[in-house]
Design a protein around this ligand. Structure first.
Ligand code: 9D3
Length: 252
């Protein structure tokens, strides 16, 4: 799969992509990410990429001409069927389901804004969709673009090992993770839960599912509502709630 990121900070984007799972995916040719800098298309001596907003007010707006030229240059390097996505606080919320949808595409253009945003006409003419990372204020679209690339890369064939891939679509899907422990078995007076050291794999799987259900119910009860409870899970969750002294979900 191929991404093109249109950004005023191509070095920031490229640097981040060198690391970890995504860096390896790029090295192995499973993913490629290009960048296009609107500043390279600015025509005046100062290489201007922003301008004052019509109607007044604070802040600047990304200027039309260099941005449009950059988007067209980046789009020309992408396969047919690659949507142009603007990262913006006004967009649909990004989610694992959105990541899955994008991972099935041949490519995507990610437009990262800076300043107060992009001239609306550029969005109307050259952009297909808008995605938001959530309800908080960031300084620009670069980190959101990197988040999208990271979440999508993990879903591409061959990027994760077989074990991690299988785990990704396992029974725990739709739940928060269970707690993890490694050596030593006691640290600062805190012991690793007995069951994990015991080697009874059925008991360990049961404990992990119970923890996942309980943590999800405690921190994100709406996820339990959306997902529902499968056979046997209600009993595990009730056990967790009794032990934690919290209210279990109702009969519905
Ligand atoms: C006048 C209000 N503006 C600043 C306080 C609005 C504003 C402009 C530009 C808010 C954020 C931004 C830059 N944000 C992004 O580019 C962005 C973003 C975000 O801020 N939150 C969640 N997801 C995203 S995706 C891109």
């Amino acid at each position: 799969m191929k991404f093109e990121v249109v950004t005023l900070f191509p070095d920031m984007v490229r640097e981040c992509l060198r690391h970890g799972v995504v860096g390896r995916a790029i090295e192995r040719g499973l993913l490629s990410v290009g960048t296009e800098d609107p500043r390279a298309h600015a025509t005046d001596v100062h290489r201007t990429v922003d301008d004052r907003p019509y109607g007044g007010g604070p802040g600047m707006v990304m200027k039309v001409e260099p941005l449009a030229t950059a988007i067209r240059a980046a789009a020309a390097r992408l396969p047919e069927g690659s949507p142009r996505i603007y990262l913006s606080a006004q967009g649909r919320p990004f989610s694992q389901a959105e990541a899955g949808r994008i991972a099935a595409l041949p490519g995507a253009l990610l437009l990262a804004g800076r300043y107060e945003g992009v001239d609306q006409r550029v969005l109307d003419a050259l952009v297909d969709e808008e995605l938001s990372l959530g309800d908080y204020v960031l300084s620009g679209g670069e980190l959101p673009a990197l988040v999208v690339i990271d979440a999508v890369a993990r879903l591409l064939p061959g990027v994760l090992g077989d074990k991690a891939s299988a785990e990704q679509d396992s029974f725990s899907d739709g739940l928060l993770d269970w707690p993890h422990y490694t050596r030593p078995d006691e640290w600062d007076g805190r012991r690793v839960p007995e069951v994990l050291a015991g080697g009874n794999h059925a008991e360990i799987a049961r404990w992990r599912l119970k923890q996942a259900l309980g943590r999800t119910w405690q921190c994100r009860p709406e996820l339990i509502g959306q997902r529902g409870l499968k056979a046997g899970e209600r009993k595990l969750l009730e056990e967790y709630c009794v032990e934690a002294g919290i209210e279990p979900p109702g009969a519905g």
